[in-house]
Design a binder for this molecule. Structure first.
Ligand SMILES: [Zn+2]
Length: 492
């Protein structure tokens, strides 16, 4: 995630690396235990069970009417797809052939339902939600996460084929992250979606395709600049992974009135997606300095991890956001090191009494974004330098292998930081990342970087400015940010 979002005068979760101020912000309550919402599975009985959501969207894009039909099994319970989604349920009820069930809570039992019997419900969609990537009206279009309306039936037969069949007003397109069938991850993880008047436009990226939709009135004559910015972010992130980390991703760009860099969120529910809220006046020069797209695309190379592992997934993304932009020629290597030094310094200054592990677990409640992002970035940096000094496989190659195997993860893969580190270390041939994490995760101090920076010949001047000098590992310093061979050829 990147950026800081201001909504209705209230600052919401997120963070910025551009202002030196950390703001304490109220956040939506934490989700209840995800397992309860996910419901249960049963063995497949006939091998061809099916579940159809027939979703009709009204012409004003305010309401979705859903007919939910199982084939080959019986729906015993319906769960709200996200915290508070039950409040959007029209008349607060689920309608079955036996009558209506009031659903005031997180789900409703349907004791009288029969096999193959369809249920009905309608959802009144909000113009805005506390989470700006969840619901937001954009001109005639609407950003609406499936988390608001895709209720979760339980139990589901293993391997049931799930489909959403949309009935849309003329000219309206459903923008969802899945292709044909809906993966289980749509129920397990936060997902992105929208209804828009323009079709998603395919944008070829190395090794894949992005489905890009610019919602609302778009960006006027700057539309091409925005599309090029998205393409440049995708190319830069591909430099780390060898290609774009997933073969297909939905990119929803929402124009907003907030000046400054974008606010982004990488999501995995129902398929990979990135939502970016971007200043509608964003110009080519301001976009050139905006790292949001690169950062969010980098997230897609690492499987979805639990929120308490933010130090790892935000640390990797924060470190490589600077590295790959330097390699892509978007910023100079000197500027990339300057950004790293600035970030490390902010992370150091915003540290509290808690350990990095605890700060990471409570990052949103405590707005510990700088500390968590940049301490995590520091551990990635230490691992990168150490691996290069050893002369064996690099952190780049370990992440490339990891993305190739595991970027497209499923909820049952159950990745966490410990397992990711073990996997990266296996590629590195030594427990490098695990050791750095072990050394610093349970301490309140920011990771010690001065000795390593000294060997690289990088120092912060009295005003924090990056100073470069001769040093034993200066070649490593330069190699980290060196343009990729492809980008080097492209540059004159
Ligand atoms: Zn992030």
């Amino acid at each position: 995630m990147t950026g800081l979002w201001i909504f209705g005068g209230v600052l919401l979760g997120g963070c910025t690396r551009h202002s030196g101020v950390t703001v304490r912000v109220p956040l939506p309550t934490r989700p209840p235990h995800v397992a309860a919402r996910l419901g249960t599975h049963i063995p497949s009985r006939i091998g061809s069970e099916r579940l159809d959501f027939n979703a009709r969207i009204d012409p004003k894009l305010e309401r979705i009417e859903v007919e939910l039909c199982p084939r080959g099994f019986r729906i015993e319970r319906l769960n709200a797809p996200s915290p508070g989604a039950e409040r959007l349920l029209e008349s607060g009820r689920i309608v079955t052939p036996q009558g209506a069930y009031a659903c005031p809570g997180v789900g409703v039992d349907l004791p009288l339902s029969q096999p193959d019997e369809c249920l009905h419900y309608a959802v009144k969609l909000p113009d805005r939600a506390l989470d700006p990537t969840s619901a937001r009206r954009a001109g005639a279009d609407a950003l609406w996460s499936p988390d608001l309306w895709l209720w979760v039936p339980s139990p589901r037969p293993e391997g049931v084929a799930m489909h959403v069949n949309f009935s849309l007003p003329e000219g309206v397109h459903a923008l969802v992250p899945w292709q044909n069938t809906v993966p289980e991850s749509a129920f397990a993880w936060k997902s992105a979606g929208a209804f828009g008047h323009g079709p998603p436009e395919p944008l070829p990226v190395p090794g894949g395709t992005l489905d890009v939709a610019l919602l609302g009135a778009g960006f006027g004559e700057r539309t091409n600049a925005v599309r090029e910015w998205i393409a440049a972010g995708a190319r830069a992130s591909s430099l780390l992974y060898g290609q774009f980390p997933v073969s297909r991703a939905l990119v929803l760009t929402v124009p907003g009135d907030r000046a400054g860099p974008g606010f982004g969120m990488a999501l995995r529910g129902g398929g990979p997606a990135v939502v970016i809220l971007l200043d509608r006046r964003a110009s080519a020069p301001s976009l050139a300095n905006d790292w949001t797209a690169t950062h969010e695309f980098l997230h897609l190379g690492v499987p979805r991890l639990p929120p308490e592992d933010a130090w790892l997934f935000e640390g990797l993304a924060s470190y490589y956001t600077e590295v790959v932009r330097a390699r892509a020629g978007m910023i100079s290597p000197a500027r990339a090191y300057q950004h790293l030094l600035d970030g490390f310094e902010r992370g150091r200054q915003s540290g509290g009494a808690l350990s990095l592990r605890d700060e990471s677990e409570q990052m949103h409640e405590r707005s510990a974004f700088y500390r968590v992002y940049w301490a995590g970035a520091a551990l990635a940096f230490l691992t990168d330098v150490e691996a290069r000094r050893a002369g064996g496989p690099t952190l780049d190659s370990a992440l490339r292998e990891f993305a190739a195997c595991c970027a497209n993860s499923r909820p049952e893969d159950d990745w966490n930081a410990e397992r990711v580190l073990a996997r990266l270390d296996q590629s590195l041939g030594a427990p490098r990342f695990t050791e750095h994490a072990r050394r610093w995760l349970d301490r309140a101090e920011f990771p010690e970087l001065t000795p390593v920076l000294r060997t690289l010949g990088v120092a912060a001047g009295t005003r924090g400015e990056a100073i470069f000098g001769r040093a034993p590992n200066a070649a490593i310093r330069d190699a980290i940010m060196a343009p990729s061979p492809a980008e080097a050829q492209r540059q004159p």
